[in-house]
Design a protein around this ligand. Structure first.
Ligand SMILES: NC(=O)c1ccc[n+]([C@@H]2O[C@H](COP(=O)([O-])OP(=O)(O)OC[C@H]3O[C@@H](n4cnc5c(N)ncnc54)[C@H](O)[C@@H]3O)[C@@H](O)[C@H]2O)c1
Length: 269
């Protein structure tokens, strides 16, 4: 996709963190932006901020777990701005804890938001992009989707599923004019360690299986020197250069390198 000015972009999870920074960066690059999120007050705040930088934007309250909400988001975006060019499927949650200590409810919440949320988004938006033979899908994965991450085992497993999904989608869309990018940040200073704030009551129980581990996770996120704006700038570059894999955090490449060495040694054994 060449220049971004005048394009229509939709971002899920746009009320905070990486999604909000992506929405702001897309607006700064000249896009008209649809911000979608489940958190109403934060969404209004984000909308105020993006409009104050001169971007034409609307906010749509919606839950990525809902197929109907994602279809409604697509219709509302189209009704307001016309054909959509860029879809950033970014909303996500991150419970921590050991695999066997993670409750079934937490597993379901995680899968419903982080995996099915993306699937619903793809099903709602991608057919329209393919029909117009143009567009870009951005999926927010994680370094934890490339390197198994202890203490975030269930999250890491679901992010690995997103990696596979994004790679297969890229192959399936080859030649259609629709491009795919997979953003794999390391630890970024956002509200991710507090994602239980968005946990609906249909999944009873705590989000973090081990309070001590949860505290360490919060501290790591708070101490991260990677800003959401830095990740968003990498997303803009990926859109401009049609790049698939985006690794915006310094800790990503050495972790992947170590993982590749482990796999290589398994091949040799
Ligand atoms: N922060 C990190 O360290 C990090 C690292 C790698 C990947 N990621 C990924 O980045 C993405 C964004 O997370 P973030 O770090 O900005 O966290 P965040 O909590 O700051 O932002 C997540 C946003 O998603 C929204 N959201 C949550 N559940 C939703 C639902 N059911 N429907 C609609 N919106 C929902 C939240 O309201 C919030 O605005 C996630 O997919 C996360 O897994 C984050």
């Amino acid at each position: 996709m060449p220049a971004l000015a005048g394009r229509v972009a939709v971002v899920t999870g746009a009320a905070g963190g990486i999604g909000r920074a992506m929405a702001l960066a897309l607006g700064h690059a000249g896009c008209q932006v649809v911000l979608a999120d489940i958190e109403v007050a934060a969404l209004d705040d984000a909308l105020g901020e993006i409009r104050s930088q001169g971007t034409t934007a609307i906010g749509v309250q919606g839950d990525v777990r809902s197929k109907e909400d994602m279809e409604a988001l697509c219709h509302q975006a189209h009704a307001r701005f016309g054909p959509i060019d860029i879809v950033c499927l970014n909303a996500g949650v991150s419970p921590s804890g050991a695999v066997l200590e993670t409750s079934e409810e937490t597993w379901r919440w995680l899968i419903d938001v982080n995996l099915m949320g993306v699937v619903h988004g793809l099903r709602a938006f991608v057919p329209g992009l393919v029909e117009r033979k143009s567009g870009h899908v951005v999926i927010t994965g994680s370094v934890a989707g490339l390197v198994p991450t202890p203490s975030l085992g269930p999250y890491s497993a679901v992010k690995h599923a997103l990696t596979a999904l994004a790679e297969v989608l890229r192959t399936e869309l080859d030649g259609t004019g629709v491009h795919v990018s997979l953003i794999c940040p390391g630890v970024v200073q956002t509200g991710i360690a507090e994602s239980e704030r968005n946990r609906p009551p249909d999944y009873p129980g705590p989000s973090h299986a081990d309070p001590e581990l949860a505290q360490r996770y919060r501290e790591a996120v708070a101490a991260s020197t990677t800003s959401p704006a830095h990740v968003a700038a990498a997303v803009i570059d990926a859109l401009l250069e049609n790049r698939f894999l985006v690794l915006p955090s310094p800790e990503g490449p050495p972790m992947i390198d170590q993982r590749l060495k482990e796999l290589q040694s398994a091949i040799g054994s």
